[in-house]
Design a protein around this ligand. Structure first.
Ligand SMILES: [Zn+2]
Length: 135
């Protein structure tokens, strides 16, 4: 039997997917703003695209949300009981997912929005994105 809290590869995948979901929601929201909603076919296509694709079972996403929370608490130097091995390892998996996410979607220098690597302007604030150092 697979124990979710100790399946670090599964947790890394779930973390990556949750980060992608957050990014996609905002990206689609920005696109939706300019969409002609009277054009139903078009709106349906966009809504279709918005549906998130999850590849592991629900327990992984729940565990990752906990690890995100734990990560936030540690950043705030909150006093917590000693970490268990599976929590420490889980945080490593989440951190690996964040690094992977950051190299795939480098954050905008002005607002921090994670943009696609090759777009010229930030989807969130419109700042020009330097092609240098974005590879
Ligand atoms: Zn920006």
């Amino acid at each position: 039997m697979i124990v979710v809290s100790r399946d670090y590869e599964g947790l890394r995948i779930a973390a990556m997917e949750l980060l992608e979901e957050q990014r996609t929601s905002r990206d689609q929201e920005l696109r939706f703003r300019n969409l002609d909603l009277a054009n139903t076919a078009n709106a349906d296509a966009v809504l279709e695209q918005m549906a998130h694709k999850r590849t592991v079972s629900d327990g992984y996403y729940m565990r990752v949300r906990y690890l995100f929370w734990l990560e936030g608490m540690l950043k705030l130097n909150a006093v917590l009981p000693e970490l268990q091995v599976n929590e420490a390892e889980g945080l490593e998996a989440v951190s690996a997912a964040r690094n992977e996410f950051r190299s795939k979607y480098p954050p905008c220098g002005r607002c921090g929005f994670p943009n696609h690597k090759f777009i010229p302007r930030c989807a969130e604030c419109g700042a020009e994105l330097a092609p240098k150092g974005r590879t």
